[in-house]
Design a binder for this molecule. Structure first.
Ligand SMILES: [Ca+2]
Length: 526
């Protein structure tokens, strides 16, 4: 009798512990939109648009003002997030790479640690996802209208708008998941990636809005290196009339090449009814545009306005769908124990320096929005100025899940910042390396940013830039050759060298700074 009692008591004790553990371990939803600029989230205070649902996350979470990436482009950023390792270590350096899915990832560690795992939406790592109980991803960049999805290896065309469909698939998996385990869901929107095709209900949003031009929209790149002067990402010059600016529908055969062909294929995904609705929406303003016959600065400003209208329309659907997902969590009793991370794979230029796109270590593309809501931990709106990086995401997620962080990951958990236990910087300096120089002619570069200064080395061109961010937030004045900054230049060059070695980056082999660096030995002999 006593023995039976002990056995029953032990059983009850064990099952209680398991239940407690399960409830103590938070669910985690990692939301990453593609190319979502922090300037286009109203919680960041830029006033371009309203994102009430993302703002609600910030109302109960920590909004990071100084979150950065290591390599500002789609695939590489995703690989860094999954591995907690720089591009040269995880092997995915540019969008022409293929991710080695056999390596250690945060997903596999969570899965081994008792989580059920899924990824829906944008993936862009070429190889199939590994470590996920369920995956339903867009092939490549994905399409806005009636996109193909690949569900656990099976590809099919799905009618609908991509941003809504991604949420449908996420909620469907949540309904059908293994509910005995905590979950980790990677929910990644394609929007608002180029070529910015809005949901029909937003075709006329911002029709009468005149967006203010950034102060440096007509940047002439004075004091900057040839790397900057030779780029091809200016709104005025490098946007495509049909693919980017939607100034044509069906194109004549001879124009159906390059991005023209891309546009035609995208347009042809629409049903005849959808095409009619599209032409009705864009037709009158296109007609007015052709009549006006704009040139020079007026033409550049017109392109900027259309770019922002379409970009921000796409963002609106992203925000709606964050709202849908949050409502789902609440309705299913999951809101109290689910951590929400909202971020983008990098920042984006909304006309700053006259640009669209990303890639550079300059602030708009180096930075990324980051908001973390952790129920029971981050209960009121908090702004953090701690420097953190997407290199830290895997470590932070493992830390929040109560799992150990492998020693070979290169970032740091910023969970102490979320808990309010750490006020200072997570990093005193950040290292950056951009490799891809095919599209937009952005030269390869490495760089380091401290709280005040930024040093950039375009190593194939052997050109340097240095910025004092306290005096020059918009990075318009390269002070590399300014004698009053010679000590800073030396300090930052040493920092770059140290970080490059610390992270085991071997490219470029030498920094070849155009001045004699005082080493420890030369100081001694001096
Ligand atoms: Ca991206």
């Amino acid at each position: 009798m006593v023995r039976i009692f002990i056995v029953v008591a032990l059983f009850l004790h064990t099952s209680q512990m398991l239940a407690q553990n399960a409830s103590a371990r938070p669910n985690i939803i990692y939301i990453m939109s593609d190319d979502h600029a922090y300037q286009a989230i109203s919680a960041y205070g830029y006033g371009l648009n309203q994102t009430p649902n993302i703002d609600k996350l910030a109302d109960q979470g920590v909004l990071f003002n100084k979150a950065f990436v290591t390599n500002s482009i789609c695939g590489p950023s995703r690989a860094v997030m999954l591995t907690g390792k720089h591009s040269h270590i995880n092997g995915f350096k540019d969008n022409h790479s293929t991710f080695d899915g056999s390596q250690q990832t945060v997903t596999k560690l969570l899965h081994d640690g008792g989580y059920t795992t899924a990824v829906v939406g944008k993936w862009h790592l070429i190889s199939d996802p590994q470590g996920f109980d369920y995956w339903n991803i867009l092939p490549g960049q994905g399409e806005y209208y009636n996109p193909d999805f690949v569900e656990n290896g099976v590809r099919k065309k799905v009618p609908g708008y991509v941003t809504n469909l991604t949420t449908d698939f996420a909620m469907n998996w949540l309904d059908n998941r293994d509910k005995s385990k905590p979950f980790f869901l990677i929910y990644q929107q394609k929007a608002p990636h180029r070529n910015w095709m809005p949901e029909p209900k937003y075709y006329h949003m911002f029709d009468s809005t005149k967006f203010p031009l950034p102060g440096n929209f007509f940047d002439n790149y004075d004091t900057r290196t040839s790397a900057v002067r030779e780029q091809e990402m200016e709104i005025a010059t490098h946007m495509h009339d049909f693919y980017d600016l939607k100034l044509a529908y069906d194109l004549p055969k001879e124009q159906q090449k390059g991005l023209g062909n891309n546009w035609q294929n995208i347009f042809n995904r629409m049903t005849p009814e959808e095409k009619k609705e599209w032409e009705k929406a864009y037709g009158p303003s296109n007609e007015a545009f052709f009549k006006a016959n704009l040139t020079g600065k007026e033409l550049a400003v017109w392109k900027y306005q259309r770019y922002l209208q379409d970009y921000l329309r796409c963002v609106q659907s992203v925000d709606d769908n964050v709202g849908r997902l949050m409502e789902y969590l609440k309705a299913n009793g999951l809101d109290k124990n689910t951590i929400i991370i909202y971020t983008s794979d990098q920042g984006f230029y909304l006309g700053e320096h006259g640009w669209f796109d990303k890639r550079w270590i300059y602030e708009e593309s180096f930075r990324t929005p980051l908001i973390v809501k952790w129920p029971g931990v981050t209960n009121k709106k908090t702004i953090s100025n701690s420097m953190v990086q997407n290199l830290d995401f895997a470590e932070t997620i493992l830390d929040m899940a109560g799992l150990p962080i492998p020693k070979d990951m290169q970032g740091k958990s910023f969970a102490p910042v979320l808990k309010g236990k750490q006020k200072g910087d997570v990093h005193d300096a950040l290292y950056y390396h951009f490799y891809e120089n095919q599209e937009h002619k952005v030269a390869k570069h490495i760089g380091v940013r401290t709280d005040r200064y930024k040093l950039i080395y375009f190593y194939e061109k052997k050109e340097w830039e240095l910025y004092d961010l306290q005096k020059d937030k918009s990075e318009m004045h390269n002070v590399y050759n300014d004698a009053s900054y010679s000590k800073i230049r030396e300090m930052m060059t040493k920092k770059l060298q140290e970080m490059k070695e610390g992270y085991k980056d071997t490219e470029p082999a030498e920094l070849n700074a155009p001045f004699e660096m005082k080493t420890k030995n030369s100081k001694k002999s001096a």
